[in-house]
Structure formats: C-alpha cells, structure tokens
Design a protein around this ligand. Sequence first.
Ligand code: KIV
Ligand code: ZN
Length: 511
Amino acid sequence: MDKIIIFDTTLRDGEQAPGASLNKDEKVEIARALDRLGVDVIEAGFPVSSAGDFEAVKSVAQAVKGASICALARAIKKDIDAAREALKKAKHPRIHIFLATSKIHMQYKLKKAESEILRLAVESVKYGSKFVEDIEFSPEDASRTEPEFLFRVIEAVIEAGAKTVNIPDTVGYSEPEEYGNLIAAIKNNVSNIDKAIISVHCHNDLGLAVANSLSAVKNGARQIECTINGIGERAGNASLEEVVMGIRTRPDIFKDIVSNIDTREICKISRLVSKLTGFVVAPNKAIVGGNAFRHEAGIHQDGVLKKRLTYEIIKPEDVGFYETGLVLGKHSGRHAFKQRLESLGLKLTGKQLEKAFKYFKGLADKKKHIFDEDLLAIVEDEVMVTAQIWQLDDLVISSGIKIKPKAQVCLKRRDKIFKAESSGDGPVDACYKAIDKITGIKGKLLDYSIQSITAGKDAQGEVSIKIKVKDRVVSARAASTDIIEASAKAYINAINKISLKTRHNEPKVYF
Ligand code: KIV
Ligand code: ZN
C-alpha cells in the first residue's frame, strides 16, 4: 500500500480564520482528538507569533505522543529557536520553515532578490536541522512562483536537509489540472526529489482546495495539509474529511493509497472544532453537514430503502454520523438515555453521564420530545465544556413593545453568587450589559446568530456569537429552549474563554 500522510493544520492555519481563536486548553483538547483520529502530523501553532501560541504548542507537545507535533517558523533564527524550544517535550518534533518565492512576494513583501531568498532558505533549513531531524520547508506562494526558480529552491532545501517539501497554493489561485501538472513537473525536474516527501497545502479562495489536493496526489504528492471543517485563513484550507473520504471512496482512482485516519471519528471531531471555534457547519457541507446523509425526495428515500447504494456513496456510520431518529421524553430512564448516547457514538464517564442526565431531565420538563440533536447539544454544550469560570445561576427578564427591556442576572463563581441588573435596547442587550457589570469584562458583540436545533415550536435555539474584548476575538455558543438563556450562556462561555486566554497569555517571553 502507498501511504498518504495527513498533516492537520487546524490549530495553526485553521486558527488563523478571523474569530476562530482557541485557548491553550481547547487546543490541547482538539490535538488529543486529532491524535485519536489518526492524523500523522499536527501543526500546533506558530510559537514566535505570541506567548500564547508558544505555550499552546508546548502544551500540545507535552500532551500528544502519537502524532508528530509541528511548529511553524519563518526562515529566521529567532523563529526557529522559538519553535524548537516549544517542541522540546515532543516525542516526534517537526519544524516547518516557510519563505515566499513568488516574484510578487519577493519584490513587494520581502524586498529581496532570488539569490538572497535561496541563501536564506538553505541557511534556515541547515540551522533547523541542527536541532530537529524532521524539517519541512514551504516556498510560500509556490503555485505562483516561476517554475525554474521553484525547482532550484526545492533542490537546495532538500540538499540542506529538508525531509518534506510543501507546495502551498497560498492564495487559492490554482486550478486542479494546472496544480497536478506542477507536482508532476517538480517530480521530473528536481534531481533529488526522491529524498523528500512532496506535500500540498491548498487554500479555498476559488472553492478548489480539495480538488487541487486530490489532483496533486494523483501526480505524486504524498502529504496533504488540511483542516477539520476546512477552516483557515480567508476562505479556508482543504477540508480533512473531504480529502480523506475522497481518496477512500474512490480506490479505483487512488489505487492502493491509504491514510491512517479512523474515519469513524470524523463527525465527532467536526462537532468539537465547530463548538470550540464557534464556526457553525453549513447543513450542506460535504461529509459532516447535518444534511449530508439525509434524503428528502420521496424517490431518493424509496431508492435508499430498496438499496442503500442507489443514493449513498458513503455509509454514514463510516464517518461516525449516527442518527437513531428515535425520541426520548421525561419518562425515559438512565439506562435508555445511556444507550441512546452510545448509539450516537457518545461514550461518557460515570460523572459526565450523571451531569448529562440531569440536563436531560431539565430539558425534558420544558420540551416533550428530545431528539438526537438535543442530546448532542447537551453533551457538547453542557458536559464537555472545559472551564466554567462564570456560570449562569438565574435570569429574570422583563420585556415588551411598550416597556424598556430589563434583565436581572445572577452568576456563580466558585460557589459565590453575584447579581446585577440592567436595561437595554432589547432583552439580550440588557442581559449582556448586566453580565458585563458582574464580570467587569465588556465584550463588543461582533456577530450573533441563532438557529433552531430541531423542528417544532418547543425546539432548542442554538446561539452562536463572536465578541471582541480589547484586541481579542472569541467565538462561543450555547443552546436552550429559551433563546435569552441561550444568548446569556453563549456570552458567558465567550467571557470564560477570554478570561482563560488572558491568564494563559501572561507574558512568558523568553526570546
Ligand atoms: O498558505 C500558506 O502558504 C501557508 C504557509 C505557511 C505554508 O500557510
Ligand atoms: Zn496556508
């Protein structure tokens, strides 16, 4: 078999998506899930970029011992020093050095000539190789680089010790055939290419990131850089679930090419990344969207019932998409509850199960039918939350068309109750102002959206928000049958993230 290396950059390029910032604990949680998923390399961050990123890479390197842990660095000594320092505890460390090679980047951004770029590339790879055996080099904006110069750079960095050469389509400009031809040309024109793995890193500005990555694989690339749910800078990166399932579903085209990915973990990690970044997955998103395996048209439903393959090219359970279609209610007991969670692929510890069951009972008092989506929301929004510095204890709202909306909020922190009142333009505004009074943190609301989790008037509403506090932007979400409560909880989750981030970002700069 011919192995394809899956290099996940959710924690680095994915986190560069505006508003997707993750704190250290969240990064470790995602890194552990990526390790369970079976990715080969986890790019954990860009250590020199901030003290917070440095600490996050260090923690991931300490926590994960299966996958290689990679840190990004410019072709500058201080970046490489920060990367190697952050990777000290990694079992399999990798340093990823990048330097732009396209004319436009060299002339306008770096203001350097080709000879200077070539020298810096070689020197940085040699410098990095002194500390770490596994060096990856990226000629940034490779797809818009003059091919002859690109071949020279690649040959030189392999000679200097790079084990992987990554060919980024940095601005998502390539077209599949053209990009595949570029990979083939690299294979044909770089004399020592057999000494390195060719990697691809495609952005999705024209919606072609996955197509370009797969075309590259057909032409000899053996590492794909990708992110969960395709998140990343601007329009994002190639989505991990799509490239992996693309290869797996078409063995006739990708002959004998296999990855290490345990595809049954895909939906779970997709939900985790969506929850922690606050980026909602579109219902029609390939592989992980809520509608990806739902058949609406009668003809399709009939076909699937007669023979699944008529309209399904992937078995939903192969990507961990479970749907029991059954409902629970307030008379359902612990045993039925546990079984239903298990059939949704959710295995909880005894303590987590107790907590989830308590929330379930509370929800069942307000809502007659509890669907699969409600159970997922309970587990993801209430049980799996990492740190709850502030918790919502009580909320009283008065609102109407002819009165000024008012909110009384009680928050709990270390078993102490804090109370505040405020009025506002609407009940959510009043509520957020009261929370600001208690926490002393004033968040600027950048984005607010609400969607119902299931159908029905008693459905839970899931609120997703993005807030800014000073120069930090965080996303969060929460669900409830009461949309003001969901709004308050989402805001508190965001405040908790900010509080944690501030703590972790206490300056620890050593360089
Ligand atoms: O898109 C890009 O070129 C990058 C590099 C740092 C690999 O993210
Ligand atoms: Zn990128």
